[in-house]
Ligand binder design. Structure first.
Ligand code: ZN
Length: 342
Protein backbone atom coordinates (compact mmCIF):
# COMPACT_ATOMS: atom_id res chain seq x y z
CA UNK A 1 0.00 0.00 0.00
CA UNK A 2 2.80 2.26 0.96
CA UNK A 3 4.67 1.54 -2.22
CA UNK A 4 1.44 1.50 -4.09
CA UNK A 5 0.76 5.02 -2.85
CA UNK A 6 3.98 6.59 -4.05
CA UNK A 7 3.65 5.83 -7.75
CA UNK A 8 0.09 7.15 -7.59
CA UNK A 9 1.27 10.24 -5.72
CA UNK A 10 4.20 10.78 -8.02
CA UNK A 11 1.74 10.55 -10.92
CA UNK A 12 -0.32 13.28 -9.22
CA UNK A 13 2.83 15.34 -8.71
CA UNK A 14 3.77 15.07 -12.40
CA UNK A 15 0.23 16.06 -13.42
CA UNK A 16 0.25 18.95 -10.93
CA UNK A 17 3.69 20.05 -12.12
CA UNK A 18 2.51 19.96 -15.72
CA UNK A 19 -0.64 21.89 -14.84
CA UNK A 20 1.52 24.42 -12.99
CA UNK A 21 3.83 24.73 -15.99
CA UNK A 22 0.87 25.17 -18.29
CA UNK A 23 -0.60 27.85 -16.02
CA UNK A 24 2.74 29.67 -15.94
CA UNK A 25 2.97 29.57 -19.73
CA UNK A 26 -0.55 31.01 -19.92
CA UNK A 27 0.23 33.72 -17.36
CA UNK A 28 3.67 34.64 -18.66
CA UNK A 29 3.24 34.24 -22.41
CA UNK A 30 -0.36 33.94 -23.60
CA UNK A 31 -2.14 36.60 -21.48
CA UNK A 32 0.40 39.38 -22.18
CA UNK A 33 0.18 38.52 -25.89
CA UNK A 34 -3.60 38.83 -25.79
CA UNK A 35 -3.36 42.16 -23.95
CA UNK A 36 -0.87 43.60 -26.46
CA UNK A 37 -2.99 42.39 -29.37
CA UNK A 38 -6.19 43.91 -27.99
CA UNK A 39 -4.43 47.23 -27.23
CA UNK A 40 -2.91 47.50 -30.65
CA UNK A 41 -6.15 46.66 -32.37
CA UNK A 42 -7.83 49.37 -30.28
CA UNK A 43 -5.18 51.86 -31.28
CA UNK A 44 -5.70 51.20 -34.93
CA UNK A 45 -9.39 51.88 -34.53
CA UNK A 46 -9.12 55.04 -32.47
CA UNK A 47 -6.58 57.67 -33.41
CA UNK A 48 -4.46 57.48 -36.44
CA UNK A 49 -5.63 54.26 -38.00
CA UNK A 50 -7.87 54.11 -40.98
CA UNK A 51 -10.55 56.69 -40.47
CA UNK A 52 -14.18 56.01 -41.03
CA UNK A 53 -13.99 57.72 -44.35
CA UNK A 54 -10.70 55.95 -45.12
CA UNK A 55 -9.40 59.22 -46.49
CA UNK A 56 -5.85 60.39 -46.39
CA UNK A 57 -4.72 63.98 -46.56
CA UNK A 58 -1.39 65.40 -47.71
CA UNK A 59 -0.21 68.18 -45.48
CA UNK A 60 2.61 70.66 -46.08
CA UNK A 61 4.46 71.28 -42.81
CA UNK A 62 5.36 74.93 -43.33
CA UNK A 63 7.99 74.99 -40.57
CA UNK A 64 9.77 71.81 -41.72
CA UNK A 65 9.11 72.48 -45.42
CA UNK A 66 8.02 68.95 -46.16
CA UNK A 67 4.88 67.07 -47.22
CA UNK A 68 3.42 64.42 -44.91
CA UNK A 69 0.47 62.13 -45.66
CA UNK A 70 -1.83 60.82 -42.94
CA UNK A 71 -5.40 59.63 -42.33
CA UNK A 72 -7.90 62.48 -42.26
CA UNK A 73 -9.13 61.84 -38.70
CA UNK A 74 -5.60 61.80 -37.33
CA UNK A 75 -4.95 65.11 -39.06
CA UNK A 76 -8.13 66.59 -37.51
CA UNK A 77 -6.93 65.67 -34.00
CA UNK A 78 -3.72 67.62 -34.62
CA UNK A 79 -5.72 70.62 -35.86
CA UNK A 80 -8.04 70.68 -32.84
CA UNK A 81 -5.02 70.36 -30.52
CA UNK A 82 -3.34 73.29 -32.24
CA UNK A 83 -6.33 75.55 -32.85
CA UNK A 84 -8.28 75.34 -29.58
CA UNK A 85 -7.20 75.11 -25.92
CA UNK A 86 -7.74 71.53 -24.70
CA UNK A 87 -9.26 72.97 -21.53
CA UNK A 88 -12.30 74.06 -23.56
CA UNK A 89 -15.63 72.26 -23.19
CA UNK A 90 -16.04 68.98 -25.09
CA UNK A 91 -18.89 70.36 -27.21
CA UNK A 92 -16.73 73.33 -28.25
CA UNK A 93 -13.92 70.91 -29.18
CA UNK A 94 -16.42 68.91 -31.23
CA UNK A 95 -17.58 72.06 -33.04
CA UNK A 96 -13.93 72.83 -33.77
CA UNK A 97 -13.37 69.28 -35.04
CA UNK A 98 -16.29 69.54 -37.48
CA UNK A 99 -15.13 72.98 -38.69
CA UNK A 100 -11.56 71.70 -39.14
CA UNK A 101 -12.77 68.59 -41.01
CA UNK A 102 -15.01 70.68 -43.24
CA UNK A 103 -12.11 72.91 -44.24
CA UNK A 104 -9.79 69.95 -44.81
CA UNK A 105 -12.41 68.19 -46.93
CA UNK A 106 -12.98 71.38 -48.89
CA UNK A 107 -9.25 71.57 -49.67
CA UNK A 108 -9.09 67.88 -50.49
CA UNK A 109 -11.95 68.20 -52.94
CA UNK A 110 -10.58 71.51 -54.28
CA UNK A 111 -13.82 73.28 -53.36
CA UNK A 112 -12.03 76.49 -52.41
CA UNK A 113 -10.02 77.56 -55.40
CA UNK A 114 -6.92 79.38 -54.28
CA UNK A 115 -5.44 81.74 -56.85
CA UNK A 116 -1.91 80.60 -56.18
CA UNK A 117 -1.69 77.29 -54.45
CA UNK A 118 1.57 77.17 -52.55
CA UNK A 119 1.19 73.74 -51.09
CA UNK A 120 4.05 71.94 -52.81
CA UNK A 121 1.76 69.18 -53.98
CA UNK A 122 -0.07 68.87 -50.65
CA UNK A 123 -3.80 69.43 -50.07
CA UNK A 124 -3.36 71.71 -47.08
CA UNK A 125 -0.68 73.47 -45.05
CA UNK A 126 -0.02 73.99 -41.35
CA UNK A 127 0.31 77.77 -41.58
CA UNK A 128 -2.59 79.14 -39.50
CA UNK A 129 -2.49 82.36 -41.51
CA UNK A 130 -3.21 80.38 -44.68
CA UNK A 131 -4.98 77.10 -43.89
CA UNK A 132 -5.20 75.82 -40.32
CA UNK A 133 -2.66 75.15 -37.59
CA UNK A 134 -1.65 71.56 -36.81
CA UNK A 135 0.50 69.98 -34.12
CA UNK A 136 1.74 66.39 -33.88
CA UNK A 137 0.50 64.26 -30.98
CA UNK A 138 4.06 64.08 -29.66
CA UNK A 139 4.52 67.85 -29.61
CA UNK A 140 1.06 68.48 -28.19
CA UNK A 141 1.76 66.09 -25.31
CA UNK A 142 5.08 67.86 -24.66
CA UNK A 143 3.33 71.23 -24.68
CA UNK A 144 0.69 70.11 -22.17
CA UNK A 145 3.15 68.53 -19.76
CA UNK A 146 3.13 65.21 -17.97
CA UNK A 147 0.04 65.85 -15.81
CA UNK A 148 -2.30 66.90 -18.61
CA UNK A 149 -0.94 65.16 -21.73
CA UNK A 150 -2.95 61.92 -21.69
CA UNK A 151 -6.11 63.54 -20.35
CA UNK A 152 -6.03 66.29 -23.02
CA UNK A 153 -5.25 63.96 -25.89
CA UNK A 154 -8.05 61.55 -25.01
CA UNK A 155 -10.46 64.49 -24.66
CA UNK A 156 -9.54 65.70 -28.15
CA UNK A 157 -9.58 62.18 -29.66
CA UNK A 158 -13.06 61.71 -28.22
CA UNK A 159 -14.30 64.98 -29.72
CA UNK A 160 -12.95 63.95 -33.12
CA UNK A 161 -14.22 60.37 -32.94
CA UNK A 162 -17.68 61.41 -31.83
CA UNK A 163 -18.01 63.69 -34.84
CA UNK A 164 -16.35 61.30 -37.26
CA UNK A 165 -17.00 62.13 -40.92
CA UNK A 166 -19.22 65.12 -40.07
CA UNK A 167 -18.91 68.32 -42.07
CA UNK A 168 -20.89 71.56 -42.47
CA UNK A 169 -22.92 72.15 -45.64
CA UNK A 170 -25.04 75.03 -46.90
CA UNK A 171 -27.62 74.12 -49.51
CA UNK A 172 -25.81 70.81 -50.03
CA UNK A 173 -22.48 72.51 -50.65
CA UNK A 174 -19.45 72.32 -48.37
CA UNK A 175 -18.96 75.64 -46.57
CA UNK A 176 -15.76 77.54 -45.87
CA UNK A 177 -15.95 77.35 -42.06
CA UNK A 178 -13.79 80.31 -41.09
CA UNK A 179 -13.32 80.84 -37.39
CA UNK A 180 -11.46 83.13 -35.05
CA UNK A 181 -10.46 83.30 -31.42
CA UNK A 182 -12.70 86.00 -29.96
CA UNK A 183 -15.18 88.24 -31.75
CA UNK A 184 -15.20 91.01 -29.16
CA UNK A 185 -18.93 90.54 -28.60
CA UNK A 186 -20.30 90.30 -32.13
CA UNK A 187 -19.09 88.49 -35.25
CA UNK A 188 -18.68 90.08 -38.67
CA UNK A 189 -20.40 89.89 -42.03
CA UNK A 190 -17.89 88.31 -44.42
CA UNK A 191 -18.06 91.20 -46.92
CA UNK A 192 -16.99 93.69 -44.23
CA UNK A 193 -13.70 91.87 -43.84
CA UNK A 194 -12.95 90.35 -47.24
CA UNK A 195 -13.60 91.21 -50.86
CA UNK A 196 -15.92 89.00 -52.82
CA UNK A 197 -19.46 89.77 -51.71
CA UNK A 198 -21.68 88.50 -48.96
CA UNK A 199 -21.43 84.82 -48.04
CA UNK A 200 -24.94 83.75 -46.95
CA UNK A 201 -23.82 81.64 -43.99
CA UNK A 202 -21.18 84.10 -42.71
CA UNK A 203 -23.49 86.67 -41.09
CA UNK A 204 -22.91 88.88 -38.09
CA UNK A 205 -24.31 87.45 -34.85
CA UNK A 206 -24.06 88.42 -31.21
CA UNK A 207 -21.44 86.36 -29.38
CA UNK A 208 -22.09 86.22 -25.67
CA UNK A 209 -19.75 85.54 -22.81
CA UNK A 210 -16.56 86.76 -24.46
CA UNK A 211 -16.13 89.78 -22.21
CA UNK A 212 -14.89 87.66 -19.34
CA UNK A 213 -12.16 85.93 -21.34
CA UNK A 214 -8.46 86.83 -21.49
CA UNK A 215 -8.61 87.38 -25.27
CA UNK A 216 -11.29 90.07 -25.07
CA UNK A 217 -9.41 93.31 -24.49
CA UNK A 218 -5.85 94.25 -25.41
CA UNK A 219 -4.09 97.59 -25.18
CA UNK A 220 -1.13 98.84 -27.16
CA UNK A 221 0.87 101.90 -26.12
CA UNK A 222 2.63 103.74 -28.88
CA UNK A 223 4.74 106.87 -29.13
CA UNK A 224 3.14 109.36 -31.50
CA UNK A 225 6.40 109.53 -33.46
CA UNK A 226 6.34 105.76 -33.93
CA UNK A 227 2.67 105.90 -34.96
CA UNK A 228 3.37 108.51 -37.62
CA UNK A 229 6.48 106.74 -38.90
CA UNK A 230 4.55 103.50 -39.34
CA UNK A 231 1.73 105.28 -41.15
CA UNK A 232 4.26 106.83 -43.52
CA UNK A 233 5.63 103.44 -44.55
CA UNK A 234 2.26 102.65 -46.14
CA UNK A 235 0.91 106.17 -46.74
CA UNK A 236 3.89 108.44 -47.49
CA UNK A 237 1.53 111.33 -48.30
CA UNK A 238 0.01 111.38 -44.80
CA UNK A 239 0.05 114.71 -42.98
CA UNK A 240 -0.64 114.60 -39.28
CA UNK A 241 -0.57 117.23 -36.56
CA UNK A 242 1.67 115.46 -34.10
CA UNK A 243 1.00 118.06 -31.39
CA UNK A 244 -2.69 117.18 -31.31
CA UNK A 245 -2.86 113.83 -32.99
CA UNK A 246 -6.27 112.79 -31.68
CA UNK A 247 -7.89 115.78 -33.33
CA UNK A 248 -6.54 114.42 -36.61
CA UNK A 249 -7.94 110.91 -36.16
CA UNK A 250 -11.59 110.17 -36.83
CA UNK A 251 -13.41 106.85 -37.08
CA UNK A 252 -15.74 107.38 -40.05
CA UNK A 253 -17.94 104.29 -39.88
CA UNK A 254 -18.27 100.90 -38.27
CA UNK A 255 -19.37 97.47 -39.44
CA UNK A 256 -22.37 95.57 -38.11
CA UNK A 257 -19.94 93.59 -35.95
CA UNK A 258 -18.72 96.83 -34.33
CA UNK A 259 -15.36 96.97 -36.09
CA UNK A 260 -13.87 100.06 -37.67
CA UNK A 261 -14.86 100.09 -41.34
CA UNK A 262 -12.90 103.19 -42.21
CA UNK A 263 -10.82 105.70 -40.33
CA UNK A 264 -9.49 109.11 -41.34
CA UNK A 265 -5.97 109.77 -40.16
CA UNK A 266 -4.79 113.25 -41.09
CA UNK A 267 -5.45 113.58 -44.79
CA UNK A 268 -5.80 109.85 -45.62
CA UNK A 269 -8.75 107.48 -45.26
CA UNK A 270 -7.83 103.92 -44.33
CA UNK A 271 -9.93 100.75 -44.22
CA UNK A 272 -10.24 99.37 -40.69
CA UNK A 273 -8.83 95.99 -41.75
CA UNK A 274 -5.81 97.71 -43.36
CA UNK A 275 -5.25 99.80 -40.23
CA UNK A 276 -5.41 96.60 -38.19
CA UNK A 277 -2.77 94.83 -40.24
CA UNK A 278 -0.50 97.91 -40.44
CA UNK A 279 -0.31 98.12 -36.65
CA UNK A 280 -0.59 94.34 -36.09
CA UNK A 281 -3.69 94.85 -33.95
CA UNK A 282 -5.55 91.83 -32.60
CA UNK A 283 -8.80 93.13 -34.01
CA UNK A 284 -10.28 95.88 -36.17
CA UNK A 285 -12.61 96.67 -33.28
CA UNK A 286 -10.54 99.40 -31.63
CA UNK A 287 -10.47 102.86 -30.12
CA UNK A 288 -7.60 105.31 -29.91
CA UNK A 289 -6.99 107.56 -26.93
CA UNK A 290 -4.29 109.90 -25.81
CA UNK A 291 -2.06 108.27 -23.24
CA UNK A 292 0.67 110.66 -22.25
CA UNK A 293 1.88 113.84 -23.83
CA UNK A 294 3.80 112.02 -26.54
CA UNK A 295 1.96 108.70 -26.78
CA UNK A 296 -1.39 107.13 -27.64
CA UNK A 297 -3.12 104.01 -26.45
CA UNK A 298 -5.01 101.70 -28.83
CA UNK A 299 -7.53 99.40 -27.16
CA UNK A 300 -8.77 96.44 -29.22
CA UNK A 301 -11.75 94.16 -28.54
CA UNK A 302 -11.64 90.55 -29.64
CA UNK A 303 -8.92 88.59 -31.39
CA UNK A 304 -8.99 87.71 -35.07
CA UNK A 305 -10.96 88.67 -38.18
CA UNK A 306 -14.28 88.12 -36.44
CA UNK A 307 -15.99 86.11 -39.22
CA UNK A 308 -17.73 82.76 -38.61
CA UNK A 309 -17.34 80.85 -35.37
CA UNK A 310 -15.85 82.55 -32.34
CA UNK A 311 -13.93 79.92 -30.38
CA UNK A 312 -14.43 81.66 -27.03
CA UNK A 313 -18.05 82.22 -27.91
CA UNK A 314 -18.39 78.53 -28.77
CA UNK A 315 -16.90 77.61 -25.41
CA UNK A 316 -19.33 79.91 -23.64
CA UNK A 317 -22.26 78.34 -25.52
CA UNK A 318 -21.01 74.88 -24.56
CA UNK A 319 -20.71 75.95 -20.92
CA UNK A 320 -24.29 77.19 -21.10
CA UNK A 321 -25.45 73.75 -22.26
CA UNK A 322 -25.24 74.08 -26.05
CA UNK A 323 -24.07 71.09 -28.08
CA UNK A 324 -21.69 71.22 -31.04
CA UNK A 325 -24.47 71.20 -33.58
CA UNK A 326 -26.22 74.15 -31.93
CA UNK A 327 -22.91 76.02 -31.76
CA UNK A 328 -22.15 75.47 -35.45
CA UNK A 329 -25.68 76.33 -36.55
CA UNK A 330 -25.51 79.52 -34.50
CA UNK A 331 -22.25 80.82 -35.93
CA UNK A 332 -22.88 79.58 -39.51
CA UNK A 333 -26.33 80.64 -40.60
CA UNK A 334 -28.78 78.12 -42.11
CA UNK A 335 -26.25 75.31 -42.40
CA UNK A 336 -26.70 71.56 -41.94
CA UNK A 337 -24.34 68.99 -40.50
CA UNK A 338 -23.80 66.14 -42.93
CA UNK A 339 -21.69 62.98 -43.27
CA UNK A 340 -18.90 62.99 -45.84
CA UNK A 341 -20.16 59.63 -47.14
CA UNK A 342 -23.55 61.22 -47.86
ZN1 ZN B 1 -2.32 76.60 -46.83
Amino acid sequence: MVYGLYPEKSGVYVKKAMMFLLMMVIIIVVIPLLIVRSCSSEKSIVPGGNSASGMNIKMYLHTDEKVVEMPMEEYIMGVVAAEMPASFESEALKAQAVAARTYAYGRLEKIYTPKNDTHHGANICTDPGHCQAWISKENAMKKWGIFNASKNWSKISKAVNETKELIIVYEDRVVNPVFHSNSGGRTENSEDVWEGGAVPYLRSVESSGEGLTPEFETTVNMKIKEFTAKLKTEYPQVKLNEKDVLKDIKILDKTEGGRVKSIKVGNVTIKGTDFRSLFSLKSANFKIEKHEKDSIIITTYGNGHGVGMSQWGANYMAKSGGNYEEILKYYYKDVEISKISN
